[in-house]
Write a protein that binds this ligand. Structure first.
Ligand SMILES: Nc1nc2c(ncn2[C@@H]2O[C@H](COP(=O)(O)OP(=O)(O)OP(=O)(O)O)[C@@H](O)[C@H]2O)c(=O)[nH]1
Ligand SMILES: [Mg+2]
Length: 364
């Protein structure tokens, strides 16, 4: 795996200049000494030479949070998977359109960065927002060479995504990819079209680059990639405690939202099942047991061997759902959920829930 140097290119160049200067200085001292013909102690000279030959002291590695998670989005063909393959060391990445979600992991010494690579095809975009709450930073990628039609689509989707409440305010690396291709739009133009503001010292950075190493002039990894990534990691790390708290509260919000969606869906299914038991609300009668079979089925659903073991309240609920198979499974799941994390309902609670749904379909 390729190691990201985590030092900006300019800093790396400065370091090289300093190292060259150091060697030159050491050489000058040796020459001066020779010229003056000073008697040099052999042992001291050997020590000096060894010190001169020793590599410069290593820079202390950066301390990043143990785990950081980055979302990588943008519509199809923007180059997300290529970018991730490149930063993982693939010199000639080959990709196919990503179907769904593909996690990519990068090791930075003591910390691990997970990238969520999500397919950008129109049919997959529905799943994007189920990942937003969970990430500390975002890489948004646009193909700067796309046709006008595709570009308009890219701008519309980018505005929606970057305006999402789980995304807004998180460190954002905005990438205009394929920037050296002849048909590439200018970074400033793309920024303006998508309303991306890059305040100095803020947590938004825009960069034009080539994600594919074979598309750069020298067929090497684009030297704009590492500093851009380093900026993102640094920016997330600098405000990590706050971002982490935000992710935790967004995760809680998301959990509540999903539970609410599940409640609504379950209610809809229960309504349909009860309707199927009685042939109401536009449904045909389907999967309705006899009283005897229905009670036995519900008893087994909640772990009893025989129907007689079922409480009277349970039998009443079975009757109220018209002994319909799916409805019996659902009320059984409410009374005796398989998962210990799920709420257990009493027969009285289940009965009032079923009565309310019967009311909705005109059965009371
Ligand atoms: N010219 C050029 N082509 C690139 C560059 N980066 C990626 N590509 C090409 O763009 C195409 C799409 O790249 P992918 O990485 O698969 O795009 P994606 O964003 O992951 O697409 P989906 O998974 O469908 O969302 C591929 O043919 C890549 O080789 C680049 O820097 N320059
Ligand atoms: Mg992809």
């Amino acid at each position: 795996m390729r190691t990201i140097p985590l030092r900006s290119t300019q800093e790396a160049k400065n370091k090289k200049v300093l190292e060259a200067q150091k060697i030159e200085d050491q050489q000058k001292i040796i020459d001066d000494n020779n010229n003056k013909q000073i008697a040099v102690d052999a042992e001291a000279a050997a020590a000096a030479a060894a010190a001169a030959a020793a590599p410069p002291p290593e820079e202390a590695p950066k301390q990043y949070p143990k785990r950081m998670t980055m979302l990588v989005v943008g519509i199809d063909n923007s180059g997300k998977s290529t970018f991730l393959k490149t930063i993982c060391g693939d010199e000639d990445p080959k990709t196919a359109p990503t179907v769904g979600f593909n996690p990519v992991s990068l090791n930075l010494g003591g910390s691990n960065v997970s990238f969520y690579d999500i397919g950008g095809g129109a049919k997959i975009r529905d799943i994007w927002d189920s990942y937003y709450h969970d990430v500390h930073g975002v890489i948004y990628m646009v193909d700067s060479t796309s046709s006008d039609m595709k570009y308009a689509e890219a701008c519309k989707v980018a505005k929606e995504t970057l305006g999402h409440s789980y995304i807004q305010g998180k460190p954002l690396l905005f990438v205009c990819n394929k920037i050296d291709a002849a048909a590439a739009r200018d970074v400033e133009e793309v920024k303006e079209d998508i309303n991306v503001f890059e305040p100095p010292g803020g947590n938004v950075k825009c960069v034009g680059l080539n994600a594919h190493p074979m598309k750069t002039k020298d067929k090497q990894i684009d030297e704009r990639i590492d500093p851009a990534l380093e900026w993102l990691f640094d920016t997330v790390a600098a405000d990590f405690e706050n971002i982490k708290k935000r992710v935790e509260s967004d995760c809680e919000l998301e959990k509540q939202k999903q539970e609410e969606e599940k409640r609504i869906k379950d209610r809809r299914v229960m309504r349909k099942s009860i309707s199927k038991a009685y042939g109401v609300d536009g449904e045909d009668v389907e999967d309705a047991f006899s009283q005897e079979d229905g009670e036995e089925f519900l008893a087994q659903e909640i772990g009893f061997m025989k129907a007689e073991e079922l409480e009277e309240d349970g039998k009443e609920v079975a009757k109220l759902v018209g002994y319909q198979k799916l409805a019996l499974m659902m009320v059984g799941g409410m009374f005796a959920p398989i998962s210990s994390k799920k709420k257990r309902y009493t027969w009285a609670e289940i009965k009032s829930y079923v009565l309310a749904i019967r009311g909705e379909v005109g059965l009371n």
